[in-house]
Design a protein around this ligand. Structure first.
Ligand code: FAD
Length: 565
């Protein structure tokens, strides 16, 4: 039975009922949130600098993998078509955003006649201006992606600009053609990035690649719960999924068998620092219940990483979970750590120590991080002193390598799961882990369904790879799709660059240490903030200082405010 959610009780204490941290490793996480970028990067740069012979082996392996990728037939199949579409209508273009808005609206209309009427109403010639301000805009829903797209959408895409972009696209065809086109494109993208509409369907589809040595972790699509009802629904879908995955696993265990990934924001509508007590009282029992269920089937349960301001909250939950008597000895507790966060190495130190203190071997998935745009924008809007994430891609790559070394050096405490689609990063991990000493259970790679298979078909079964498989209907797809589109469409991302046949392979697999060294020579210092991304206080250049804000997810800030109150 699920525990009912209570309404928020008035707080007796000020707003900060959380006990003070005393563990030095935990305090180190808190303190490392927003240091200057060069300071954060310096120790990592030293750790990512590998011996020349190893660096050569890495580049050779990365080149072979990238060549293999370019040669794969998939470029002509559905995924090739989808990639073409994504390059053509990237979300950084007016057309891309406008089309997504239209698609989002069309997907919710069941019949063709009304879909055509919507197209006519919203983008047919002539009467657009009359509708402005009267009917809700087609682009209103884009605001809900604002969290993901942030400034790009809000500031660079005006209502009029988006409308003109759609007109340009639709000028080439009539309503039925547009409707069909958008529908087919969305469904193609849905099939490309989503494994199945139900967990049973997804488990069935997984069998083909499982037979070739891949493993799976299933993710029930859906983003942050906005109401208690949403959270109940997500909870039930996780419970059902664990039963289905557990049965399909048939005792293969947490390493060989399938697992599940969960989002904490889906399990509680107020998963935020300001609601710490409710999170502990209401969300924690849910996570525990799911973990106990997973333990019963001996499948892994992984906690996804979300926005930076939720990191400490998720660590509080992890700490409790690791000490739950009912989970003693369970090897399937999983946690995701983002390398783009400046705190990443400190979070790893803390997790390794937590694993040892609580007698678990934690499954740690290392990712670069999927919320980069929003983290940057958020820090600017909130007027904070610095960013919680790096501002240059090469810095994140370096952090990833240094953090991978930390994880590989603690095999008693963690089972590292390296989630990347980048051939250079993959090759680095492969060589760092000591190819000659590889043993089952040492580590695994991970990729996203529809994005990583062509790369990892070249690696499996020599090394294991787990596919992260989103499950859900097309209606629940949008927010996930937007994150994938941002990644595929970003001109810094590996998946985008490998699809661009004009880019030489050598440029694709640049060693990030060389990149940073070259920048340091040109700029007179290593690890500097990106020259075109001003620190939040300097956002307005010489015109004026940005207004200063408080980081209300940071314990030291909250303590100061509480003391002052
Ligand atoms: P690359 O192209 O090498 O790297 C792209 C990444 O570099 C960007 O995503 C960003 O993190 C970083 N980057 C880009 N530009 C800059 C810049 N200017 N400054 C600093 N950094 C920059 N993400 C989560 O956040 N939480 C999760 O729980 C999560 N789970 C995942 C599970 C799996 C199995 C996989 C494969 C991915 C998951 N991700 C998750 C998404 C993941 O963060 C992205 O797929 C990943 O960042 C892309 O990295 P890459 O090595 O494949 O690609």
């Amino acid at each position: 039975m699920m525990r009912p959610m209570t309404n928020a009780a008035p707080q007796a204490a000020p707003f900060s009922p959380r006990p003070r941290d005393t563990d030095p490793l935990r305090l180190a996480v808190t303190q490392a949130c927003r240091p200057p970028e060069p300071e954060a990067l310096a120790p990592l740069l030293a750790q990512a600098r590998l011996p020349a012979a190893m660096a050569q082996d890495i580049q050779a392996r990365a080149l072979r993998l990238a060549q293999g990728l370019r040669q794969r037939e998939h470029a002509s199949g559905r995924s090739g078509l989808v990639q073409g579409l994504l390059q053509q209508f990237a979300l950084s273009s007016q057309e891309g955003v406008a089309l997504m808005c239209l698609a989002e609206a069309l997907l919710r209309i069941p019949d063709a006649a009304t879909r055509d009427a919507l197209i006519r109403d919203k983008i047919g010639t002539g009467d657009w201006a009359a509708h402005l301000g009267k009917s809700p805009s087609l682009f209103v829903n884009a605001a809900t992606w604002g969290l993901l797209l942030t400034g790009r959408l809000v500031t660079t895409h005006s209502e009029g600009g988006l409308k003109d972009a759609l007109r340009r696209i639709t000028a080439r065809g009539g309503e039925p053609l547009i409707r069909k086109g958008v529908d087919v494109a969305m469904r193609m993208m849905g099939e490309q990035f989503v494994t199945g509409e139900t967990i049973e369907q997804a488990l069935g589809k997984a069998r083909t690649l499982e037979a070739r040595g891949f493993r799976y972790s299933y993710d029930m699509l859906g983003e942050a719960a906005l109401t208690g009802h949403d959270a109940d629904r997500y909870m039930q879908s996780y419970v059902d999924a664990i039963h289905a995955i557990g049965r399909a696993s048939a005792g293969r265990g947490v390493y060989e068998g399938p697992g599940i990934s969960i989002k904490l924001s889906a399990l509680h509508p107020r998963y935020a620092r300001a609601q710490w007590q409710r999170v502990m009282d209401e969300l924690y029992p849910r996570v525990l219940q799911l973990a106990e269920l997973a333990r019963g089937y001996d499948i892994g349960l992984n906690i996804d990483a979300e926005e930076a301001d939720r990191l400490e909250l998720s660590l509080d939950l992890l700490e409790r979970l690791c000490h739950a008597p009912s989970l003693a000895g369970f090897k399937g507790i999983g946690f995701v750590i983002q390398a783009y966060q400046k705190r990443c190495p400190r979070v790893i130190d803390y997790c390794i120590d937590l694993a040892r203190r609580s007698g678990h071997r934690l499954m740690i998935r290392l990712v670069k991080g999927a919320y980069w745009d929003s983290e940057i924008k958020r820090a600017q809007v909130d007027g904070l002193a610095d960013y919680p994430v790096y501002t240059r891609k090469a810095h994140t790559d370096i952090s990833y390598i240094a953090c991978a070394r930390k994880l590989l050096a603690a095999p008693d405490a963690v089972y590292p799961q390296f989630a990347t689609h980048n051939a250079q990063t993959l090759a680095t991990i492969y060589e760092l882990a000591g190819p000659a000493d590889y043993r089952p259970g040492q580590y695994e790679f991970q990729c996203l369904h529809g994005m990583g298979e062509p790369l990892y078909e070249q690696v499996v079964p020599e090394r294991p790879c787990r596919i992260y498989a989103p499950v859900g209907t097309h209606e629940t797809l949008l927010a996930y799709l937007v994150r994938r589109l941002l990644e595929n469409g970003a001109n810094t991302s590996f998946v985008n660059r490998v699809a661009d046949a004009t880019l030489p392979l050598e440029a694709l697999i640049d060693n990030p240490v060389d990149t940073v060294d070259a920048e340091a020579r040109a700029e007179g210092g290593a690890g500097l903030t990106h020259p075109r991304i001003a620190l939040p206080p300097q956002l307005y250049g010489s015109a004026r200082a940005n207004s200063q804000g408080l980081d209300l997810a940071a314990e030291p800030t909250l303590q100061c405010v509480a003391d002052a109150l």
